[in-house]
Design a protein around this ligand. Sequence first.
Ligand code: MOS
Length: 722
Amino acid sequence: MTSVDREDGPVKATGAAVYAADHHPDGLAHGYLLTSTIARGAILGMDTALAEKAPGVIAVYTPFNPLELHPYAKEENAELTSPLQSTGVRYYGQAIGLVVAETFEQARDAAALVDTHYSAERPRGSFADGLSSAAPPPSGTPVVDVLAPGVSSIDEALAAGDVTVTATYTTPAETHVAMEPHATVAFWAADRLTVYTATQGVRLVVDRLSETLAIDPARIRVINPYVGGGFGNKWGMWAHTPLTAAAARALDRPVKTVLPREQVFTVAGHRPPTAQTISLGAAADGTLLAVKNDGVSGKSASNDFHEQVANLSLALYGSANLHVSRKVVTLDVPVTTIMRAPGESNGSFALESALDELAGELGMDPLDLRRKNDTPIHPVTGLPWSSKHLEECYTLGAERFGWAERNPRPGTVTDGDWLVGLGMATATYGAGRGQASIKVRLCDDGRAVVSGTAADLGTGQSTVFAVLAAGSLGIPVGRVVPELGDSATPPAANAGGSGSTSTNGPAVRLAAGAAKDAIVKLAAEHEKSPFHGREVAFEGGELRAAGRAMPFGELLTLLDVPAVEATATSPRNPVRDHAFRSFGAHFCEVRVNRWTGEPRVTRWLCVVDAGTIVNAKAARSQIVGGVVMGIGQALLEDLRIEPETGRFGNATMADYLVPVSADIPPIDVEFLNYPDTLLSDLGARGIGELGIVGAAAAVANAVHNATGKRIRDLPITLDKLL
Ligand code: MOS
């Protein structure tokens, strides 16, 4: 496996990398959002007189003095893409105004002078209260039943089991807290708009802005080469982006709006709370006979996104009978959105905890129970998996972790004041390959520039470009210059759904091949070329013919051609007769203090089956990051919605807890590295989300093994263990 340092490491470590908020074009003005202080109702009036007279203030935009914005047809929540177009309030912290001033501080101070009057209604703020009236989702299939011939209902199938378990598992709202807060800088020049904005995909922003500003997308350029974390929170765009672009147009000067941290919590989306009731029925030997998973998710009144938590039960284990249902509880809270492994990270907490509970009832090792129900085909479609080595993940993981030493009797292993437990869970995440175009430019200085609209959120995607292009061209990785995050380059994959490498990777290789062809043609056809009229080959970064070799940079210099370039497009995955998914196995050790209940994760191993690993060093970071976030989900993360007000009660980084280094044990990651040749000739699936799926359940299962306490409500805080 290739393992190299990140190509963007030095610029990030030295502070030379320029993020969205770091841009300050000449004449820059600063925007500051006004946000609502009720969760449901309407704005009756906004007194902006004091703010307008405040030092440095240039403009105050409100629903009574709005900027011209149009709805984005593909997104139902108008507050995001065309804010200030109505006086309605649908959540606490909604953007209801933009103050523009000469400095950030002036804009912020003036915003505090705006007096807003509301007519407020009591918000729907409690997910727990809403569960009894949960409704089918606005779109999609609410119920999926897969029943064996002759079986009339899932309950009948459950009743036929020798052993059944039923339990309800809940997860709270969570939020992404990416290191880099959202920011947008926009300026216009001759009817053309340039935008620097923190995003997981510059094309996502071009699409949305072209509709909200009602201009041709060809007149918009969005640039964002560096992103300080996304996790789903920078997918699409939020209210500050169209407001900033529209203000820059109205004022005819550049405007920058940076969200302060507390606004990131509400102006951008979050992961809604969920509840799943799972029943598993099994034969005495552990064979699953029936899986029933009724999943409920919170959903913002502003949009339709909800967590399809129960769906994982349709994809992971073989069972003759499966039932999944989907309901939503509508809440007057900020927009709900995708967050790392949407539906599956929280969904797997329930399914993988339930498997552990079933193993306990059966008196079976939980790893053996999973082995027993591993399936070579997709449980619903019956299609064979393209490349699945989950069994090997289990076996290798158990051996390396020392799983055989686990005492199956909970609460029996102690070390001083600590109760020690081991837990495991399966990791899995969907895989696919979309269409991507990439351009490779071979330059006379011997470097190769690889460009496409992809995003590197800190994932290592730009280094993936460098590794793959370098491999195809036979040049050192350091001679490749990746150019990501510019909408003026060919359309490649946005960063989401663990699909960047699987989609962009094959395109990089195709484009490198096309660039080689182009320079070979030039070498053979250019009259001044030493290879003129010959059969030319390209190998190791050199043109070769008849015993003569010349690096491509030298040839270009000789011919006085600055660069040769080629663009190639790799298509969507056309394979329909196989199912695609990544897999893995988590193993962990947890210690729980017998007096305080404090849980500490003390050891971790994750074995990963995600196809070809392009850069082992960054890939390991991706899995480690997923596990760290999973440990946060297991033990700490809990975005509190105040039921009375609909306000997030802990929307600060002091109160919304995520793991710090001291919470994280050494994490061992092992890659199987089997190419998934049915997905692409590169064989890479994706690893951005795999590491978090199953992680919280592995912790919960270890906590149970340590203490005998089964915690079915995340996060597992010490009060639940006393
Ligand atoms: Mo991610 S939740 O696929 O942006």
